[in-house]
Design a binder for this molecule. Structure first.
Ligand SMILES: Cc1cc2nc3c(=O)[nH]c(=O)nc-3n(C[C@H](O)[C@H](O)[C@H](O)COP(=O)(O)OP(=O)(O)OC[C@H]3O[C@@H](n4cnc5c(N)ncnc54)[C@H](O)[C@@H]3O)c2cc1C
Length: 377
């Protein structure tokens, strides 16, 4: 019977919490891992501007989100998944709330959902790479260094880099030097040239200098907080705050490499979002750990709904899964400061005002309540 089954969800962020709410509404039972708090990372680009977003809006306790459900229906396990055995149906978790740091716990599951996302390999607050205290400390330290620095270099001109540079330009474009390094000849690589050009124009209005063909080779930080950035083209740049936004890697270290793409280390899934090659098809993956068709929160939402539905079909009704559906149209919305934005819906360009209204005005902060209450699922 479904009541005796355990669904383990790894990762308590946009993907994991969504699946948890959807299943708990249908009376399933699960543990959930690693962070005590839900982190609205999408607004991290603005949270590094001192005084813009209070901590309690960026981070909300996961226990608050689960509190409405009867306590015998779930268990919140705070710890990091460090290994898994898909044949024995177990995951090993390094507990973070135990006095003995080395304490681990093995959890047996009937279904397992991998929602541990991806991280930046550098010390930046764009994702929740650590526990609550460390993340708050990193956010505060970054904001304080932003306030003090007079020359800030942002590296990586993808959507996150553009948004970080835009927020800095909006707040400090007239008082600090803000530089955005693009490794290629355009910002937002992979997007239509007209969108890249429009983005560069928006950044220019905020006094952000875009330096193209500037791929970072090495970064040295001196004791007095000065950075020397060596570019592959031989040029050296100096600044007193360096904010990299490139280099995201999936949090899949606890998964056997035979289930991973050898190059990207993302988890391989089929059309139902089963992790491929697992006997019994009872391991699923959603969100940035899959990063297909790309890493994005609307894609994560759709995948979370599909997986919750498929797990429910399997557990409650012993029915076959249905193929996962993506969003009807791929939308890119990139805030450029607190007043404007760039974006597209499919291949149709969106007006700056529309992007500001839909995204830049709040950076989706209003969705946090929906994730906490579960109305998102
Ligand atoms: C600055 C920024 C702005 C963005 N803006 C947009 C946007 O406008 N539109 C859009 O579509 N997308 C946007 N994205 C992408 C979006 O944030 C991601 O697609 C989304 O966060 C993916 O959610 P997730 O749950 O899969 O993973 P994540 O958000 O990466 O969360 C994974 C969770 O798992 C935890 N975890 C990691 N390893 C383990 C482990 N071993 N054991 C247990 N737990 C673990 C992590 O701590 C984290 O809590 C943005 C991303 C960034 C960085």
């Amino acid at each position: 019977m479904a009541d005796n089954k355990t669904v383990v969800i790894l990762g308590g962020s946009l993907g994991g919490l969504h699946v948890a709410h959807a299943l708990l509404k249908k009376h399933q039972q699960y543990p959930n891992l690693r962070n005590t708090h839900f982190y609205w990372n999408i607004a991290s680009v603005r949270a590094i501007i001192p005084g813009q977003i209070p901590d309690q809006k960026m981070l909300r306790e996961l226990s608050e989100a689960l509190q409405p459900y009867p306590s015998n229906m779930y268990e919140l396990v705070i710890g990091e998944a460090i290994s898994s055995d898909f044949t024995a149906k177990t995951v090993k978790v390094q507990l973070s709330n135990s006095a003995a740091d080395a304490q681990t716990r093995e959890i047996v599951y009937d279904h397992l959902v991998l929602a541990t996302g991806a991280r930046y390999t550098n010390d930046t607050p764009w994702k929740a790479n650590s526990d609550y205290q460390s993340l708050i400390k990193l956010l505060h330290e970054t904001a304080s260094r932003v306030e003090k620095a007079d020359h800030i270099i942002v590296a990586g001109a993808g959507a996150t880099g553009v948004e970080v540079a835009g927020e800095l330009g909006y707040e400090y474009g007239k008082t600090k030097t803000i530089t955005l390094l693009a490794s290629g000849q355009h910002v937002l690589p992979g997007e239509q040239e007209s969108l890249s050009t429009a983005t560069e124009n928006e950044l220019k209005k905020l006094n952000v200098t875009v330096q193209k063909g500037a791929r970072v080779k090495d970064v040295a930080r001196s004791a007095d907080d000065k950075y020397t950035i060596q570019l592959e083209n031989g040029q050296n740049l100096e600044c007193n705050l360096y904010l990299p936004t490139q280099g995201m890697v999936p949090n899949s270290d606890y998964v056997d490499t035979k289930h991973l793409d050898p190059k990207t280390k993302t988890v391989l899934v089929d059309e139902f979002l089963h992790v491929t090659g697992v006997p019994g098809n009872n391991v699923w993956a959603v969100g940035d750990i899959v990063s297909k068709p790309r890493a994005g929160f609307m894609i994560t939402q759709k995948q979370a709904s599909s997986v919750a539905k498929n797990v429910e079909l399997s557990l409650l009704q012993s029915k076959e899964p249905v193929p996962a559906k993506g969003p009807p149209v791929d939308i890119l919305a990139c805030a450029v400061g607190r007043g404007r934005g760039v974006g597209r819906m499919g291949s149709i360009r969106l007006p700056s005002f529309g992007v500001w209204l839909a995204k830049g005005r709040t950076l989706g902060m209003q969705l946090v309540d929906q994730y906490i209450s579960g109305s998102i699922a």
